[in-house]
Design a protein around this ligand. Structure first.
Ligand SMILES: Nc1ncnc2c1ncn2[C@@H]1O[C@H](COP(=O)(O)OP(=O)(O)OP(=O)(O)O)[C@@H](O)[C@H]1O
Length: 232
């Protein structure tokens, strides 16, 4: 469904992605793991067109995305939940969600489906989003991404700084979306979260995918974590 191939991305003169490749299938969760600065966030930004690719390709169902302008990419059905959530903090929950709906002119039913996953948001529709708790903001950022009715969802460290009950909620939602056939690309630092939600793991090192394996391989041999990310 999503195919990233030999992607080169630069920050100024410094090359951040050096031939990054990965593939993501419908109904699977692929987790990017790697040390700080390895290029995980940059990979998500490059898929969204927020960082230009100097070489390589990003294809969704065969369509090349690297030539599109950044606002076109969500319209193709890729939902992005960035690190730090990037909500419109002065706007209400409802307004943030409406912006998601407008992006792809999704029907109301898409919003209702998103809210059904997060009943807590439904109780706070009129609240200014900057006053929500961290966990609620994460729910809102995720629900907003779902408002474009995406086939692919990119989540950048969605559980960072959240309390355990919120982490459990986000995990449940990821599993539900996967079961509904969404393709999910997840950046996650917490190893136990990776082990509990991922189908496959991609170790990112120095701007490229060093190894890709089923999560079971990691469960069978936790020393792989030490080799690739310096933990475990
Ligand atoms: N705005 C920027 N300007 C210059 N260099 C940047 C910028 N953003 C990221 N980089 C560099 O790109 C490299 C990859 O960063 P990236 O954020 O993709 O890493 P990451 O694997 O997501 O790590 P982290 O877990 O720290 O977010 C790093 O060396 C970083 O210093």
């Amino acid at each position: 469904m999503l195919e990233v191939k030999d992607l080169d991305v630069y920050h100024g003169n410094s090359q951040t992605l050096k031939g990054m490749s990965l593939s993501l299938a419908k109904g699977e969760v692929l987790c990017l793991l790697g040390r700080n600065g390895a290029g995980k966030t940059t990979t998500l930004k490059a898929i969204m067109g927020l960082m230009p690719a100097r070489a390589g390709s990003v294809r969704l169902e065969g369509e090349e995305l690297t030539k599109l302008s950044p606002h076109e990419v969500p319209k193709r059905g890729i939902g992005y939940v960035p690190q730090g959530r990037r909500l419109f903090s002065e706007l209400t929950v409802r307004e943030n969600l409406e912006i998601g709906l407008m992006t792809r002119k999704s029907p109301r039913s898409v919003l209702e489906e998103a809210l059904a996953l997060f009943p807590r948001l439904e109780e706070r529709m009129g609240q200014v989003s900057g006053t929500l708790s961290g966990g609620e903001q994460q729910m809102l950022a995720t629900a907003r991404a779902l408002c474009i009715d995406p086939s692919v969802i990119l989540l950048d460290e969605p559980t960072e700084g959240l309390m355990p009950s919120m982490i459990a909620t986000i995990r449940e939602v990821v599993m539900t979306l996967r079961d509904r056939g969404k393709a999910i690309l997840l950046v996650e630092q917490r190893v136990e979260a990776v082990l509990s939600v991922a189908d496959r793991v991609c170790f990112v090192e120095n701007g490229r995918a060093q190894a890709v394996m089923p999560v079971q391989a990691l469960k069978d041999d936790p020393s792989l974590l030490g080799r690739y990310v310096g933990v475990g």
